[in-house]
Ligand binder design. Structure first.
Ligand SMILES: Nc1nc2c(c(=O)[nH]1)N[C@H]1C(S)=C(S)[C@@H](COP(=O)(O)OP(=O)(O)OC[C@H]3O[C@@H](n4cnc5c(N)ncnc54)[C@H](O)[C@@H]3O)O[C@H]1N2
Ligand code: MOO
Ligand SMILES: [Mg+2]
Length: 424
């Protein structure tokens, strides 16, 4: 008799997995290698930024006091005593009536407290300029520590290093950075029907799309994927291959073989390994048969063989666990309110995660289901940047209904648009 499984709500399933986080150790990597890694230490300012008062313009550093009587009818003439570029320090100290020609980024010369851009001066000669308005002390001076004071916290840690974080790390002298070790995640695709992408098709066989997809999802999550190849639907072989690699990985992902078919052997493999099964049925579509088991601290993610179900199972359970293991403060997909762009008439006993395309139109986020909504479907994944969440227990959804979307990515999001015009 076929095993009857009891579905649990998605949030319970997520909760069960996230109770079992095992935080990865830290390691030190060079700044150039830190992109995409998760920060394992807070970033603090080793020095103030900027580290000295500096000029934001190409112009003249002056003593503001000298300019206080300047006006259209009363131009003030100042004598230029030196030219200093960024990276150099003025060698002279201006006396009253004197100015220093400075470039953007130059440390303010002693005794100067304002900068006048070239365009606001009249250069009478190489040595003399004229100005026709007064300047206050501090005008056009970027103060030391204006951006960040020495010792201030820039980031608390737990963020993923992107180009902006790299810039901050470089600014504060982090030539080496502490990050979390990447969990090593083994991947097996199960299925006697599977061919590799380079193979010609044969009757009854299909190309293995799950393994390359999951390897890519692992990379996107920041983990280290080790693809161990395909396993035919044979119990002994699945058991020996899976138990053979468990020592070498921090987590294992299998695709296929988790349902109730005669050749679905993952449930029996978990039993034989004496792994603790957290759940084997989730009240969701696709991915209802997604199974998560633990062997000690190691999660075994038994993702469905159906490509869309496999994808969703990874995003909902494996990705947050892996990101949290890498110290992520925010391991879940970002959620947003959107307007459903196309009716979805199918009744919904389980919560659906519909692959779709989300985009902004007239300031509102819209989400349109992509391609066929079936768990066997691959190509809709290629057209999606979001999962549209349609809670279960309804008769379907109408175009225009409010929905929640989980954002998968934001690249490739827009064509060129005229930036919003400033209000005047
Ligand atoms: N009697 C029942 N049958 C099924 C149930 C059920 O509750 N009762 N659940 C269905 C649901 S829902 C899903 S989802 C699938 C899950 O199946 P498995 O996880 O056991 O996966 P397989 O049987 O191995 O394969 C399913 C399907 O996916 C294709 N596949 C497998 N691996 C890959 C791969 N690497 N790349 C591309 N496609 C793959 C495979 O050829 C099958 O077509 O079970 C339903 N059945
Ligand atoms: O796990 Mo299945 O994808 O719900 O169709
Ligand atoms: Mg099956």
């Amino acid at each position: 008799m076929v095993e009857k499984r009891k579905p649990i709500p998605v949030s319970d399933a997520v909760g069960r997995v996230m109770e079992r986080i095992h935080t990865a150790e830290t390691e030190t990597v060079r700044l150039e290698q830190a992109g995409g890694r998760w920060l394992a230490e807070p970033i603090t300012a080793d020095e103030a930024v900027p580290p000295f008062d500096r000029s934001p313009y190409d112009g003249f550093a002056v003593r503001a006091e000298d300019t206080k009587n300047a006006g259209r009818e009363n131009p003030v003439t100042l004598r230029v005593i030196e030219t200093v570029g960024a990276g150099h320090v003025a060698t002279k100290t201006p006396r009253p009536g004197e100015a220093v020609r400075v470039m953007t980024g130059t440390i303010m010369p002693q005794e100067t407290d304002a900068v006048i851009m070239f365009e606001l001066t009249k250069e009478l000669s190489d040595e003399e300029i004229q100005i026709t308005r007064p300047f206050e002390p501090g005008d056009n001076v970027v103060k030391k520590g204006e951006e960040m004071q020495k010792g201030a916290e820039v980031l608390p840690g737990g963020e993923r290093v992107h180009a902006g974080i790299t810039a901050a790390l470089a600014t504060f002298g982090y030539s080496n950075v502490q990050v979390r070790k990447k969990p090593v995640v083994g991947v097996f695709a199960t299925g006697t029907e599977l061919l590799e992408p380079g193979d010609p098709l044969e009757p009854g066989k299909i190309r293995n799309s799950n393994a390359p997809m999951v390897v890519e999802q692992l990379k996107e999550a920041g983990a280290e994927a080790v693809y161990y190849g395909q396993l035919p639907d044979e119990f002994d072989l699945c058991l020996s291959k899976i138990s053979g690699v468990l020592e070498d990985v921090d987590a294992l992902i299998t695709t296929g073989g988790v349902s109730v078919g005669d050749f679905d052997f993952l449930p029996a493999v978990y039993e034989k390994l004496e792994a603790e099964v957290l759940f084997n049925k989730v009240a969701m579509r696709p991915g209802s048969v997604t199974t998560v088991a633990f062997q000690g601290e190691k999660p075994l993610f038994g993702l469905s063989g159906n490509p869309s179900a496999c994808f969703v199972g990874f995003e909902l359970f494996a990705a947050p666990w892996l990101k949290a293991a890498m110290g992520a403060q925010k391991p879940f997909l970002q959620q947003a309110d959107a307007v459903l762009g196309k009716s979805f008439p199918k009744p919904n006993p389980f919560t659906r995660f519909v692959r779709g395309h989300a985009f902004f139109y007239k300031g509102k986020l819209h989400a349109v289901p992509a391609g066929l909504d079936k768990s066997q479907v691959v190509t809709s994944l290629a057209q999606s940047n979001a999962l549209i969440v349609l809670p279960g227990g309804t008769r379907g959804y109408e175009k225009g209904d409010p929905v929640t979307v989980f954002m998968l990515r934001s690249d490739g999001a827009a064509e060129f648009q005229e930036p919003v015009k400033e209000q005047t």
